[in-house]
Write a protein that binds this ligand. Structure first.
Ligand SMILES: [Fe+2]
Length: 316
C-alpha cells in the first residue's frame, strides 16, 4: 500500500505578514508561489505560499498571518512542533552564520543521527534546516544564496505527542510510512516515494501542555502528504476510515489542489492532497505566479471587503 508520494506542503499560522514574507523570501531565499486568502471561515486572512521557482509539490511552505485578527495560540504537545527544510550537506555553517547575522539565534544541533541548524520563525515557531544527503531536488538560489547552499524543499515535520504508540500505528498502518529510527524519546518515519529527505519525526513530550489545534498565530496547523492524484487520495481516505478514522474530512476544493484532512491520534492535523493539472497557473500565467493577490472564484463578491480587512504589507 503506497497511496502517498512524498510531501505536498506544510502550513502554519504566523504573526505579521511582512516579517513572514521577508523571512521566507529574503532570509531563506524561497520564492513567492501564490498570494491568496484563507478559504475557510469568514475572517479575512492572507494565505501565502512559498517554494521553489516552479512551486513544485514537496517544496511548498504556506502561512496564515494572524496579526490583524489578533488570534494567537499555544505551542505544546499533541501538535506539530518543528518545520524542517532540507539543505545541502556542508551548508550548515553558512546557514548558521546567515541566520545569526539576521538576528535569528541559530545553532547547530543533532537528533536521530542528522545534523541541523535550529532557529525560530519571527512568530516563534521552531524551524530546522537539515543536512540532507542524496536529495536530488534543485536548490533554490537567491540573492546571497548560491546553489551550494540553497534550500531544496521540505525535509519534514517534527510532531510532539503524549503517546508514541498510537502515532506509530497511525503513520505506519494508516499512512503507509516506514519507521526508520527509534531513539527513546524520538522516532523517525519515512514517507513512501519522497526519497531520504521526506520524513516525519515524532517527539515524546508527555509533560508539556496540550498545544492549540485551531488556526492561531505562532502554531503549526498541518502537514500535507502528496497523493499525486484523486484515486490515491480517495483510496487512502477509505483505508483510514476502515481503520476507524471516520473523521477524515470530505474533499475540499483548494483551487490549486484538492484536500482531505484527518486528525491524527498524536494530535497533529494531517492533510492528503493532490495538485490539479493547471496547479498554480489556474489564475496567473506560468512564470508569474505569486506576484499579485488573487482570490478564488467563489470570493469574487467579497474581494473589496476582504482586501479592506487584510494587513498591509510590501511584497516587492
Ligand atoms: Fe494544507
Amino acid at each position: 500500500m503506497a497511496f502517498v508520494n512524498g510531501y505536498h506542503h506544510v502550513t502554519m499560522s504566523v504573526d505579521g505578514a511582512q516579517e513572514d514574507y521577508d523571512f521566507f523570501t529574503k532570509l531563506l531565499g524561497m520564492k513567492s508561489v501564490k498570494k491568496t486568502v484563507l478559504f475557510d471561515g469568514t475572517t479575512p486572512v492572507y494565505h501565502l505560499y512559498y517554494g521553489n521557482e516552479t512551486g513544485d509539490a514537496s517544496t511548498i511552505v504556506t502561512t496564515f498571518p494572524f496579526r490583524k485578527p489578533g488570534i494567537y495560540g499555544r505551542r505544546g504537545t499533541n501538535q506539530s512542533k518543528v518545520i524542517q527544510l532540507a539543505v545541502p550537506a556542508g551548508s550548515l555553517a553558512f546557514w548558521e552564520d546567515r541566520l545569526n547575522a539576521n538576528g535569528r539565534q541559530a545553532r547547530q544541533i543533532e537528533r536521530l543521527g542528522l545534523k541541523r541548524v535550529a532557529f525560530e520563525h519571527p512568530s516563534g515557531i521552531s524551524h530546522e534546516l537539515v543536512a540532507a544527503e542524496n536529495d536530488d531536488r534543485r536548490p533554490i538560489v537567491a540573492d546571497g544564496i548560491s546553489s551550494e547552499n540553497g534550500i531544496k524543499g521540505i525535509f519534514g515535520v517534527a510532531v510532539a505527542v503524549f503517546d508514541k504508540t498510537s502515532m506509530d500505528d497511525f503513520l505506519v498502518v494508516g499512512m503507509g510510512l516506514e519507521k526508520v529510527g527509534d531513539d527513546k524519546d524520538a522516532m523517525s518515519f519515512r514517507l513512501p516515494g519522497g526519497g531520504p529527505h521526506a520524513s516525519v519525526e515524532v517527539l515524546h513530550e508527555p509533560n508539556r501542555p496540550q498545544g492549540t489545534w485551531t488556526l492561531a498565530g505562532g502554531t503549526i496547523h498541518h502537514l500535507a502528504l502528496n497523493t499525486g492524484n484523486e484515486d490515491n487520495q480517495l483510496k487512502l481516505k477509505a483505508h483510514l476510515e476502515g481503520m476507524g478514522f471516520t473523521d477524515v474530512s470530505d474533499q475540499k476544493d483548494r483551487n490549486y489542489f484538492k484536500s482531505c484532512y484527518v486528525r491524527s491520534p498524536g494530535g497533529a492535523l494531517f492533510e492528503i492532497a493532490w495538485s490539479v493539472p493547471a496547479g498554480w497557473t489556474v489564475d496567473e500565467p506560468a512564470g508569474q505566479t505569486g506576484r499579485t493577490l488573487v482570490f478564488p472564484p467563489w470570493f469574487e463578491d467579497r474581494k473589496a471587503e476582504m482586501v479592506a480587512g487584510l494587513e498591509e504589507f510590501k511584497w516587492q
